[in-house]
Design a protein around this ligand. Structure first.
Ligand code: ZN
Length: 472
């Protein structure tokens, strides 16, 4: 960043940097934490804000910290708001970053693009109160609480008798009675634009769901208190619950059970990420029964609208082009879609386009790490279907980013690629950073197109279209 002006004014301005004096004075500043704090206080729109009031939001996690301008250009034309910073603790470990650095990168991108629409920063998949506090201290405006370690999925694998027995043992009588009073014999009827449905809880469903969510409810309450007690001047951060990393799809019944009990405790949420039917693998299209997905998504969406009008959050949401139109159509209320690795893949595409030798080295290294990497994710990649590199001309390399198996190969191994090296010397990291910095406009153009395509397929309207409609 540079500050230019008359000598006295440049001296007085709060940024820290090196000054050069001619007729005017110039101060060249780095993007340090201190200068970012200055930036945020002088230009408040560079600070992340809660986005609960915007019905459509898209998370565009930026793993390398250089994608922000592309993400802003992609989202700006639409009636949507971006969550530019969105990292999990696992991602930060893989990329060697922390929450303050992630928020800083987003703030400077916002300043560079002069984007004043408001953006979010998401501490994604947080699993402890300490992680929540750390992310909030760094200025994030959204907390995604990951309940996977608090749930008890075995509750749905036990025999009927065993579930009843555990329910009697684990849940005190007063709580059991309260559950029966709240849910027993009642029918919860829902109506949305695409039809009606009803949910009933028989004693078995009550027992199983109570066991599934028992610890999760306690933990959510503690986390919610932590989030609201650290609320900034603009109010509390957005609070998302994620149960997407569970061994089975989240039934609409379980979703309803959980939010009704949250309501009993006076807890409101801003979004919920269920695990949907079918497969939401990283970086590739949806796999599964589209009709079943439509119905499943619709029910979750209607339940959310009737119980506090929170958003349904779609995790691993990148590249799900075959179901995006259904998601857009079936969403009754708010919608949040999280993407992340897909922007890394666009970076790899740029490298394949412009620095084929670096791409080939990365690809070969990724093949060697694939088995280890694939243990961390649920994927169906078959790397035997990836064509041998030697058979490809340089000009064929970018097309590897259009094929599922090679996409997943490069998606899953990103942490290995970024951390490869020895004795402090990285194998690829500097090459990657140089390639992106040297051709940033191309990278941003790729992102603008790719993320923009997501919004188009979701059916998100363009800002200009609405203005025109209004004028008419
Ligand atoms: Zn997730």
């Amino acid at each position: 960043m540079a500050v230019l002006g008359e000598r006295g004014a440049v001296f007085q301005d709060p940024f820290d940097g090196n000054c050069f004096h001619q007729t005017l004075s110039l101060k060249v500043c780095d993007l340090s934490a201190e200068n970012t704090a200055c930036l945020m206080s002088l230009f408040p729109y560079t600070k992340p804000v809660a986005l609960k009031k915007y019905p459509t939001t898209i998370g565009t996690g930026d793993r390398l910290g250089v994608a922000g301008p592309g993400h802003i250009r992609a989202v700006r034309p639409y009636r949507a708001r971006p969550v530019l910073a969105q990292q999990s603790v696992r991602e930060n470990t893989q990329t060697g970053r922390d929450f303050p650095a992630v928020v800083r990168a987003a703030a400077w991108a916002v300043f560079q693009e002069d984007y004043r629409g408001g953006y979010g920063a998401d501490g994604d998949h947080l699993k402890s109160l300490d992680q929540i506090s750390g992310a909030l201290r760094a200025g994030v405006s959204m907390i995604t609480l990951d309940l996977s370690e608090q749930l008890y999925p075995k509750a749905f694998q036990l025999s009927r008798e065993a579930a009843d027995r555990e329910f009697l043992q684990a849940v005190p009588a007063v709580e059991r009675q309260a559950l029966t009073r709240l849910l027993g014999g009642r029918e919860f009827r829902f109506a949305g634009r695409r039809g009606e449905f009803a949910i009933r809880f028989d004693p078995e469903a009550i027992a199983r769901n109570a066991l599934l969510f028992r610890r999760a409810l306690e933990f959510t309450e503690e986390a919610c208190r932590r989030v609201s007690s650290t609320a900034g001047a603009e109010g509390p951060a957005d609070f998302e619950i994620s149960v997407d990393e569970t061994p089975f799809a989240t039934s609409p019944e379980s979703h309803l059970f959980f939010v009704l009990l949250l309501k009993e405790r006076g807890i409101g949420i801003d979004s919920l990420a269920p695990r949907f039917v079918g497969e939401f693998q990283k970086g590739i299209d949806y796999r599964g029964d589209t009709e079943a997905f439509r119905d499943h998504f619709y029910r979750h969406s209607v339940i959310a609208r009737h119980n506090g009008d929170y958003k349904i959050s779609v995790h691993s949401g990148s590249d799900k082009f075959s179901v995006f139109p259904h998601i857009g159509e079936m969403a009754e209320g708010g919608l949040h879609v999280k993407t992340s690795g897909t922007s890394w893949l666009e970076a790899v595409r740029l490298i394949a386009l412009r620095t084929p030798s670096l791409y080939r080295n990365m690809h070969r290294f990724a093949l060697g790490k694939f088995e280890e990497a694939s243990r961390l994710y649920e994927v169906t990649t078959d790397i035997r279907r990836v064509p041998p590199l030697e058979s490809l001309q340089d000009r064929d390399l970018p097309a590897l980013l259009d094929r599922d198996d090679s996409r997943q190969l490069l998606h899953l191994t990103y942490g290995f690629l970024l951390n490869a090296g020895e004795e402090g010397k990285s194998l690829f990291r500097e090459g990657i950073d140089r390639a992106l910095a040297g051709d940033e406009e191309t990278y941003w153009a790729l992102l603008e197109k790719h993320i923009g395509r997501h919004l188009d397929f979701l059916g998100v309207k363009r800002e200009s279209a609405t203005r025109e409609e209004g004028e008419r």
